[in-house]
Design a protein around this ligand. Sequence first.
Ligand code: UD1
Length: 432
Amino acid sequence: MTTIQIRGGQRLVGTIQVNGAKNAVLPIMTASLLADKGITVIEGAPYLTDIENLAHVVRSLGVGVEMSPDGKVRVEADSLATCEAPYELVRKMRASFWVAGPLLARTGHFRVPLPGGCNIGERPVDQHIKGFEALGAKVTIEHGYVEGYVNGRLKGARVYLDIVSVGATINTMIAATLAEGQTIIENAAKEPEIVDLANYLNAMGASVRGAGTDVIRIEGVKALHGASHNVIPDRIEAGTFMVAAAITGGDVFVEGAIYNHLSSLGAKLREAGVEVEDDISGIRVRAPQTLKPIDVKTLPYPGFPTDLQAPVLALLARVEGVSIITETLYENRFMHVPELRRMGAEVKIEGRSAIVEGVAKLTGADVTATDLRAGAALVLAGLVAEGETLVSGVEHIDRGYHDLVGKLRSLGAHIFRAGDSVPPLKLVSSQS
Ligand code: UD1
């Protein structure tokens, strides 16, 4: 079993380079299925199991996908062998459902397993289906599969999403690029990854306007071609390193991070007493040893990202005073709390809020990551816990962080991964 071992107590200092955004690479990979000629080259893709898993799904449709160690993903989708994605692959990752939109638009048909819930909540796809139906598709759910058909081309339409959903915005936007006429998506998600996807779609020959606002207009075209695209930096990875600097009282420059994408985190860290400098080439975070408690509420972008809720909770667990964290996006995204309690954190869950009573000291323990960001939170807590922390469930962390351990070690953390070529840390207690 792979584990991450941490001996807490090191202040993080230095510079790290942020990777390309996983959550931009994934929709761009699915959108590349729209191209019946030309090759797509996605540059700056980090090596992550989520991206590898989506590559398997795309390959299962008969499409060529190559991933190279220099961060290039090449997709050649000139012919498709099938419009059905296999359950065994889709169940590993919900974003696989995003192949539905491009398949429907290009071939008039898709059959993709209903992704089902996951550790953080129910995660339905009703808004994706609403989008497809508005564009003229007939959609059914049978035997665990969602199946969509359209006779001829999809027809542009006005689509109002009842919930601000990243995935439903992506699927509807992608499907509308090949529809006949204009589509207007209202109450669209505004995440930077949506803007990045729109830029890629336009490079393919699509006409998408307004991405980054809550109204996206798409003028359908008859065909699209492959294109090269350099993805935006990963704001969640960058945010995780910002919190790592804050939790350790450190001084870290997150090179490549775009402050605009992280202004909600920047504002909250400043409120807690952290210095956050917005530089043209990245973000510098300098933290004093003592911080102030704060309240945080997760919201769709540009509100505070749910994906940074767990890391920030780990930070506040060690800030004396009471902080309240409210999770409005997912009903079950506090799985890290029982694990943090094992490290001495005092946190009560009341409905959708976590009431964090900060303690002066966390203590190292054996803990288990239950999902990707929960895993990151446990690693961050381990950086300041007294003694040794052993994190298992590392496969969750590998879904979304490339070399988290190596990067933290380069900033001075005492952190190792069992099975690394570097000999594992001989853990000793901080007293010796
Ligand atoms: C994406 C991100 C994920 C992030 C989330 C919210 C990727 C690969 N994943 O996930 O990291 O946590 O955005 O920022 O980019 N909902 C419905 N019906 C739907 C679709 C969504 O009720 O048809 C609800 C969900 O249950 C959730 C909320 O809408 O409560 C937001 O979900 P959504 O924005 O769709 O998240 P994802 O696209 O799955």
